[in-house]
Ligand binder design. Structure first.
Ligand code: SF4
Length: 478
């Protein structure tokens, strides 16, 4: 067979076709089209098959990227899918929403050498979407049914990854979530233009088809006591994520018209499902025809600004206290947002809100970047006397998330937490201070990426299985 790989010198980097910004503004469909087969093969063939693949080492799941690129280049897609899904529960989701520019693609050797990265994320998406179309994605069919049951609290990526791994081993798995649909932030946080909802719903159905039970709309500590779950299941995994929005103080902080990012995004996503959301209908959580100001520079802020554009906002501005080079969000997302009409107001920090009965503006302090702090990031400093008011009809706070106080909410003693409120676990086993209770994902590591939650969920599933296996062998020996 002629050499298929190392084509990066002759073949330029090519992403799948991106829909025109004007068309994107009018709907919540994903913005990238799918590769055609020939294009996916061609782009995969650019990989130089590095002996030390930095793409793989910088992937939290250590996905075997060079191998599935080679298989794709050779047209061996079913094998490519088998390799891809061996390390990742949701490859088509990671292909869509991972910030590849900060992970695999940002570290790709041919990106570093100036040839433009292999389009790893787009190929990963193509492989798994093809696998779905071809019927290669199969529900769990364990060879042996195990009597032990595991209760998983939280149907986000960490909880669902663990559910899949445990069910494939034959354990009886029930996933509890306070929302009415499974998926966590993948369903109600991330907008459809980055991750269409049927991509998540077909995964939920696959888990159900494989025997995972879902108890949705069940809030632990309200509808079911945590202790009741411990008595019901042989092991518990806490994978709730972090949902407490970071707040902003200052004058006018409590005025109506100042929204939490997650409330805003959830209302939009629910509406996308056809649900009736009273606060969306009333206009409270709907940007249509309004001047919108979003505060924050992370991925959630990017999701909010781009949602507001699609809802028909009259203007959308994003305030961030550092500059473009120092923002935490993906540069690719910033570029997409700018194309769609978002205006970024860099070096701008909120000092308070103006308005009488309702916020109608943000008081903004202008900043400059000063000396680097201990992490090496330049600290923003206020420029005296440069304040101004940014007019707004709605203001969305997207400043990140902290853990809720689970020991208090769930009335549980002995569940140790860190000073940040995240749950303390043994880093090797993911087990908490409570015997048989494990924790994984953002509730342990703090707000992070979906791909890290998947990794943590998979590792926790291994640890839970090992614990239940050990218990079973003790019982068998008695
Ligand atoms: Fe291929 Fe880039 Fe990974 Fe090297 S770093 S194996 S070129 S994708």
């Amino acid at each position: 067979m002629p050499q298929k790989m190392l084509k990066f010198v002759d073949v330029p980097r090519g992403m799948p076709e991106k829909r025109a910004a004007e068309a994107r503004r009018g709907d919540f469909d994903e913005i990238y089209r799918e590769y055609a087969a020939a294009k996916a093969e061609e782009q995969s063939s650019r990989c130089s098959q590095c002996g030390v693949p930095y793409c793989q080492t910088h992937c939290p799941l250590h996905n075997n990227i060079p191998d599935w690129l080679k298989l794709t280049a050779e047209g061996r897609l079913e094998e490519a899918y088998a390799v891809s899904q061996a390390t990742n529960t949701f490859p088509e989701i990671c292909g869509r929403i991972c910030p590849q520019d900060r992970l695999c693609e940002g570290n790709c050797v041919i990106e570093q050498s100036g040839h433009g990265t292999v389009t790893i994320g787009a190929v990963e998406k193509y492989i798994t979407d093809t696998a779905w179309e071809e019927g290669w994605v199969k529900p769990a069919a364990p060879r042996v049914e195990r009597p032990e049951s595991v209760g998983i609290i939280g149907a986000g990526p960490g909880g669902l990854a663990a559910a899949d791994m445990l069910r494939r081993r034959g354990f009886q798995v029930t996933v509890y979530d306070r929302y009415d649909r499974a998926g966590g932030l993948m369903i109600y946080g991330i907008p459809g233009f980055k991750l269409e909802k049927d991509v998540v719903m077909r995964r939920n159905k696959l888990l159900e088809d494989g025997g995972v039970t879902f108890e949705l709309g069940k809030d632990i500590g309200v509808d079911i006591a945590f202790q009741e779950l411990r008595e019901k299941h042989d092991a518990i995994l806490i994978a709730t994520g972090v949902y407490k929005s970071r707040d902003l103080g200052g004058p006018g902080a409590g005025l109506p018209g100042i929204l939490k990012a997650l409330d805003y995004l959830t209302a939009s996503n629910k509406t996308g499902f056809g649900d009736t959301v009273a606060e969306f209908e009333s206009g409270e959580l709907n940007a249509n025809g309004k001047k919108v100001v979003v505060i924050g520079g992370g991925d959630t802020a990017m999701d909010c600004v781009r949602t507001a554009i699609r809802q028909g906002a009259s203007s959308v501005k994003c305030l961030y206290r550092r500059d473009r080079a120092n923002m935490p969000g993906s540069q690719r997302e910033v570029a997409n947002a700018e194309e769609e009409g978002v205006e970024f107001v860099w070096l701008s920090a909120p000092k308070g809100f103006v308005g009488d009965d309702r916020a109608n503006g943000v008081r903004v302090a202008k900043m400059r970047l000063g000396a680097p702090d201990v992490t090496g990031r330049q600290t923003p400093e206020e420029i005296e006397g440069a304040d101004y008011t940014e007019p707004a009809d709605i203001i969305i706070k997207a400043l990140g998330f902290d853990p809720e106080d689970l020991p208090k909410l769930w009335d549980v003693e002995g569940l140790d937490v860190t000073r940040w409120g995240t749950i303390k676990t043994d880093h090797r086993t993911h087990e908490t201070a409570l015997d048989g209770v494990f924790a994984a994902g953002d509730i342990v590591r703090g707000a992070s990426l979906v791909v890290w939650a998947i990794r943590d969920g998979r590792e926790a599933a291994d640890a839970i299985a090992a614990k239940l296996d050990a218990r079973a062998s003790v019982v068998a020996a008695e």
